[in-house]
Design a protein around this ligand. Sequence first.
Ligand code: SAH
Length: 235
Amino acid sequence: MVNEMPYAACEALFARNHLKLAQNAYEKLDQYANLLISESAHQNVTAVRALPDIWVRHFLDSAYLAEIVKEGNVLDLGTGGGIPAIPLAILNPELRITMLDSELRKIEFCQYAVNEIGLTAKTVCGRAEEIARVSEYEAQFDCVVSRAMANGSVLTELAVRFLKVGGCLIAMKGRQYDPSVERFAEAASALGCCVEQETEYALEGEMKHLITVRKLSDTTLQYPRRYAKIKRSPL
Ligand code: SAH
C-alpha cells in the first residue's frame, strides 16, 4: 500500500507551520503512527485514527512543544497513547521522559511503542495525585507537560508536587482555551507557583495555547488533595 503521508508531505506540513522534520525522526513518527492505527483496531488508545489526522492533531502539536522543551527530566501527565511524550522523545532524544497514566492498557501500549521504536522513555501506571508523593517522582522533574487531561486548576494541582522548585508545567490547550474557565492563575497562586507565559499560535489554521506555570516554592503537604476533593472544590 502506498503511504499516504510520505516524507515529502510530512516535511512540507511541518515547514508550512515553521517546523523542521528530519528524515530519521520522520521514520520513527511514521512507525509510531502505524502502531497507533493498528492498536486502535483493537482498543481505543486515541480518538484520532486516520494517518493525516495523526500527523496534524498529534505530531504537529507535539513538534511545536518540542521546540520549547529541549532539555531535562520531563513528565507527561495523562499521556494516554503517548501524546506528547513519544513524539517529544523522537524529536528530542536527549530528553529524559517519563510517561504517566492511570489506565494500564494505555501504559502497556506506550511501553510497547517505546520498545518497538527503540526509545528510552520510562512508563508508569498510576494516579497522578498518588504517584506525586512517591519519593522516586516527587520534586524530580524540570518540566511537566500535559494535553487534554484536566482543566487548568486541576492540572496545576496534580502537577505541582512532581516539579523541582524552578521547574515548570507546560499545558497544551486547544482553541476553546478560556483563562476564566481554566483558572491556572488562581491555582498557581494557591500552590506557590505563577503563570509565567501564555503563548497563542496557529497550527494548520487552528488556534492553540501553551500555558507555562513556574513553581516558585516547595509544595505544602496538603497538595495534591484526594481526587474527589480536587474535583469537588477546585482551587
Ligand atoms: N495526553 C493524551 C491523552 C489525553 S486523555 C492526548 O492528548 O492524546 C487523558 C488521559 O489522562 C487519559 O488517558 C486518562 O487515563 C488520564 N488521566 C486522567 N486523570 C488521571 C490521573 N488523575 N492520573 C493519571 N492519569 C490520569
